[in-house]
Design a protein around this ligand. Sequence first.
Ligand SMILES: Cc1ncc(COP(=O)(O)O)c(C=O)c1O
Length: 391
Amino acid sequence: MNIELSDKLKSFPPFLFEELYRKERAERAKGRDIISLAVGDPDLPTDRRIVAEALREIKKGPNHRYPNTKGNERLRKAAAAWHKRRHGLTFHPNDEVSILIGSKEGIAHLPFAVMNPGDYCLIPDPTYPTYRTGAILSGGRIHDVPLLEKNGFLPDLGRIPKKVTERAKLFFLNYPNNPTGAGADLHFYKDLVKWAKKNEVVIAQDAAYCDIYFGEPAPSILQAPGARDVAVEFYSSSKTYCMAGWRIGWVVGNGPLVRALNQLKENIDSGPFNAIQNAVAYGLDNHEKIVPPIRERFKRRAEEFCAALHSTGWKFPDPQGSCFVWARPPCACSSLEAVYFMLEQASMLTAPGSGFGKYGEGFVRFSLTEPDARLREAARRIKALDWTKLK
Ligand SMILES: Cc1ncc(COP(=O)(O)O)c(C=O)c1O
């Protein structure tokens, strides 16, 4: 039988990195030692105290039963207590916090709770691709909002066309930003909240990298006056505690939106394993002991790696946070040409900026989620490259 797949599925943009991964596999098969800096999957193991808590919790029979879709009370309370310590904000653990099976899951589902066919979803360009998923599947229209270097990779709200804002329902953003490494300050969030209220647009700020900052602590959009009326913020244990494989995130903020997402999810999933939720709760309760060394590690990696790139003519503002360096190569070439050149000449896999959107063209994204020694070797290989060979 010839199974005809859905039009919606077919409408997903092609995966730009597929050809690149195929080439990487072919190079590895030839026995070449490829350093992969293409994806942001933290190499550091989860803190042993969190792992020990998970092991204790796995042995408890009640944890083997169905979890609660919105997450268990221990984790919701731990998340609320952490927000109080970190941002001075009080969230009701029952109504304003909901646990997710990784933040990606909540991000992909939120548009179903908010958007109707024909509504616009505003998505930054370059972007983390999952913001498109729910917008496409819910029949929405996408409007790409450029993140330009001259604006510090922040959106220029005044340039979003009126006819788009009139039909816009949802605006995804993420700071500290993947892929550009840019930060957003509270001043920006205050303006954004005013704009969102005026235009009646829901803001979904994705704070997956909120703890990988290199200067002042990254603020929360929910610290901006009135933000709770229009915004939710997504959080992730993946980068903060190096727990990407454990799949826990959470959403906080506007109660009706948090509850709407949870109501939707009650029809889809049954929440993550309670033992793992409790391990993340342990991480949140002990955040101030566990997280600073992780942040320091990424900061040192970023400093060393940026220094190597700068010394060989790459042009870019240093990242203010995240696990990424977003830089223009020292050649008059496209992102993809630069990436293929580095794969062939330096046995390094990196991500072409054009894969994150048309405004990513001209950039390359390096992920700092490989061990220190591998990153130093990558920096050495980059320094040895002769870009005049790329003609
Ligand atoms: C900006 C951003 N948001 C969300 C996620 C997804 O994180 P999680 O592991 O919590 O699903 C990622 C993962 O790379 C990301 O880069």
